[in-house]
Ligand binder design. Structure first.
Ligand SMILES: Cc1cc2nc3c(=O)[nH]c(=O)nc-3n(C[C@H](O)[C@H](O)[C@H](O)COP(=O)(O)OP(=O)(O)OC[C@H]3O[C@@H](n4cnc5c(N)ncnc54)[C@H](O)[C@@H]3O)c2cc1C
Length: 477
C-alpha cells in the first residue's frame, strides 16, 4: 500500500475527533513514532500511525478501521521481534503513549495501561515494595508480553504474568469497550491469557503484584565453556531442590563486553548463570553458594542489589537498534546431549559484527509456581515445561542477515527434536500455522481459541501477529 491514495494523504478522512497525534510518512514525528527495537524492520513504512491518548481514541481508530475494512496493526512496546508493530503500508494503532499506572499498596493490585514498559511498571510498583511477575528486559511492552504469557525471574515463585492477571479492559475488534475477568466475559478472559494478541485490543491490565525487594541478590556467575555440559546435566536436579525464590538462567554465548569481565575473554565462548534470588537476605549467601558450587566459576559477580538492578541485568545483552532473529521452544529437562548441541553451535557462531553481544542461547527457568496453575485455566500452555530455550542472533550489517539467520535456524533445527510441542508464543519469531497450533498444548485448547477468534475478531482485523486464522477473514492491508 502506498502512503498516498488518489494523490491525497493515506486515510485522509481519519476522524478529527481523535485526540492524539496522527502521523504519516514525511510528517514531523513520523520517524520517531515508527522506531522499534529490531532494526531488521527499519525499511518498513506504515501508511499512518494514530497515537492514542486513551481508550476512547482506540475506539475511534478501531471503528474507522472497520468502516474502511482494513487490518489493524498494534504498537505496544514495539519489542516483538517479528516487527508486527510497524508493518509496511499498515494502519497502526499506537498504544505506547498510554502510560498510566496506579498501584494500590493495600491490595497489591496494579492497574497498568497498555503503553507501559516493564521498567516503568517495576519502578511504579517498587515504590511500594511490590513487583508484578513479568519479563526481564526493561523496554519490553506490558501489552504484548502479558497477552502471550509473561515469563521472568519470578515465574518460579509466583507464576506467569497471566497467572497474576485479574482483569483486562479491552476495545473489541468491532470497537466496543468492555472488561474481561473471571466474572465478566470469562471466555474472552481465558483466551486473552496466552492468545490475547489475536482477540482484542487491551487498553489496560489489572494485575497482582507481590512483596519483593527493594533489596534482592543478583548477578552473573561465569564459567569456562567446558563447564557448560557438566553443569547443565545436573541443573534439573538442582532446580528441583532449590527454593522457589531462586531463579537461574543458564546462557551459552561468546562473551560480550560486560562490566567486570576480563577484556581477553571478549568473544570467547563462555557459560553464564544469571542468578536472581528474592528470598530472605540472610539466606542469600548460602543459596548462592550452592549455585556457584555447581562448577568452578571464573568469576562470581552475584551480590546484594536492588530489584530494579536485578531485573535489568539483561538490558545490555539486547540493546535496541540492532538486527535480530530469534527462535525458541520448551524443554522438559536439559540433558547432556542438549547441552552439547548448544555448546557446539555457540562455538561455531558467526563472528560479532560490532562490539555488542552477537549470538546466545539462553534457558529461562520455568516450573515451580508456574506448575501450580491448572493447564486448562488459561490459553497459555505450560504443561511439561521446565525450561524455555531461546536462541538470539544480533548483528548490524544487512549483508550478515543470511549468516545469522542460518545460525539461529540451525540451533532451532538441532533443538527441535528435543523440544515439547507446546511452547510460548512470545519468545520466538513466527514458525507457521502448525507450530502456532501446537503451542497451546491440546486440540481442545486450540479449538477453543479458534472459536474465540471467530467470535471476537471474525474479520481478522488483528492479523499483524502470530495469526490465528479464521475461515471468514476478509480484512485487507
Ligand atoms: C530482547 C527480548 C527480550 C525479551 N524478554 C522476554 C522475557 O523476559 N519474558 C517474556 O515473557 N517475554 C520476553 N520477550 C518477548 C516479549 O514478551 C514479546 O516480544 C512481546 O510481544 C513484546 O510486547 P510489546 O508490546 O513490546 O511488543 P509489540 O511489538 O508492540 O507487540 C507485539 C505483539 O503484541 C500485540 N500487542 C501489543 N500490545 C497489544 C495490546 N495492547 N492488545 C493486543 N495486542 C497487543 C501486537 O499486535 C504484536 O502482535 C522478549 C523479547 C525480546 C526481543
Amino acid at each position: 500500500m502506498s502512503d498516498h491514495v488518489n494523490g491525497g494523504p493515506a486515510f485522509a478522512d481519519f476522524p478529527s475527533s481523535f485526540k492524539g497525534a496522527v502521523v504519516r510518512p514525511g510528517d514531523e514525528g513520523y520517524a520517531e513514532a515508527r522506531k522499534i527495537p529490531n532494526a531488521r524492520h527499519d525499511h518498513l513504512h506504515p501508511a499512518i500511525i494514530v497515537r492514542c491518548t486513551d481508550a476512547d481514541d482506540v475506539v475511534t481508530a478501531v471503528k474507522y478501521a472497520n468502516e474502511q475494512n482494513i487490518a489493524i496493526a498494534l504498537r505496544g512496546g514495539g519489542h516483538g521481534i517479528d516487527g508486527f508493530a510497524m508493518p509496511d503500508g499498515a494502519f497502526v494503532v499506537d498504544l505506547s503513549l498510554m502510560k498510566g499506572i496506579a498501584v494500590d499498596p493495600d491490595t497489591g493490585v496494579a492497574r497498568v495501561e497498555a503503553g507501559c514498559l516493564l521498567g516503568e511498571m517495576d519502578a511504579a510498583t517498587q515504590e511500594h515494595g511490590l513487583v508484578v511477575p513479568s519479563g526481564t528486559v526493561s523496554e519490553t511492552g506490558v501489552g504484548g508480553l502479558i497477552l502471550g504469557g509473561g515469563l521472568g525471574y519470578n515465574t518460579r515463585r509466583h507464576g506467569m504474568t497471566v497467572d497474576n492477571l485479574i482483569a483486562v479492559d479491552v476495545v473489541t475488534a468491532d470497537g466496543r469497550k468492555l472488561r474481561a475477568s473471571a466474572e465478566e466475559n470469562a471466555d474472552l478472559f481465558w483466551g486473552l491469557r496466552g492468545a490475547g494478541h489475536n482477540l482484542a485490543i487491551a487498553t489496560s491490565f489489572e494485575v497482582q503484584a507481590h512483596p519483593i525487594g527493594p533489596e534482592v541478590t543478583s548477578g552473573l556467575i561465569i564459567y569456562p565453556i567446558d563447564a557448560a555440559v557438566p553443569i547443565l546435566s545436573q541443573i534439573d536436579d538442582f532446580m528441583a531442590s532449590t527454593r522457589r525464590e531462586m531463579t537461574v538462567y543458564p546462557v551459552v554465548l561468546p562473551a560480550p563486553p560486560l562490566p567486570g569481565l576480563p577484556e581477553q575473554l571478549v568473544g570467547v565462548p563462555i557459560f553464564v548463570l544469571i542468578v536472581v534470588y528474592t528470598g530472605p537476605l540472610d539466606t542469600a549467601e548460602e543459596e548462592v553458594a550452592k549455585v556457584a558450587a555447581l562448577g568452578q566459576p571464573m568469576a562470581n559477580m552475584v551480590r546484594p542489589s536492588t530489584w530494579m538492578e536485578a531485573n535489568s541485568i539483561l538490558d545490555v545483552l539486547a540493546p535496541p537498534g540492532r538486527r535480530q532473529h530469534s527462535r525458541g521452544g520448551y524443554l522438559g529437562g536439559i540433558t547432556a546431549e542438549i547441552a552439547q548441541i548448544v555448546v557446539d553451535h555457540v562455538s561455531n557462531a558467526p563472528a560479532p559484527t560490532g562490539p555488542g553481544p552477537s549470538c546466545a542461547v539462553a534457558f529461562p527457568a520455568m516450573g515451580g509456581a508456574a506448575d501450580d496453575f491448572d493447564e486448562d485455566a488459561t490459553a497459555f500452555s505450560r504443561v511439561g515445561a521446565k525450561w524455555l530455550w531461546e536462541v538470539l542472533g544480533q548483528w548490524d550489517p544487512p549483508e550478515s542477515d543470511a549468516e545469522y539467520d542460518g545460525w539461529v535456524d540451525g540451533v532451532m533445527d538441532a533443538l527441535k527434536p528435543h523440544s515439547l510441542r507446546n511452547g510460548y508464543v512470545n519468545l520466538s519469531t513466527d514458525q507457521g500455522p502448525d507450530w502456532l497450533e501446537g503451542l497451546y498444548g491440546s486440540a481442545e485448547k486450540w479449538n477453543r481459541i479458534l472459536e474465540l477468534k471467530a467470535e471476537w475478531d471474525p474479520e481478522n482485523r488483528l492479523r499483524h501477529n502470530k495469526n490465528v486464522k479464521v475461515a471468514k477473514a476478509t480484512a485487507t492491508a
